[in-house]
Design a protein around this ligand. Sequence first.
Ligand SMILES: [Zn+2]
Length: 68
Amino acid sequence: MPETKRGPYRWRTWLRMHLPLFLIDIGIADKGEDCEAAGGYHEWYSIDNKLSGCYHCKIKHPGKMWGK
Ligand SMILES: [Zn+2]
């Protein structure tokens, strides 16, 4: 999938994985607002087995969205 189709927040996810923690603490690699609103799509993980969160933005979704 081309980089542009994956949403604009992936580079921030990459930053969060590679930057020293102090840079993340000051918010330089904060999550985006909404992948879908920006033309991308979400990638879900389980927050507490009832709520799904997106790796790349601040959106949370009730139910098990991960693993689909
Ligand atoms: Zn998202």
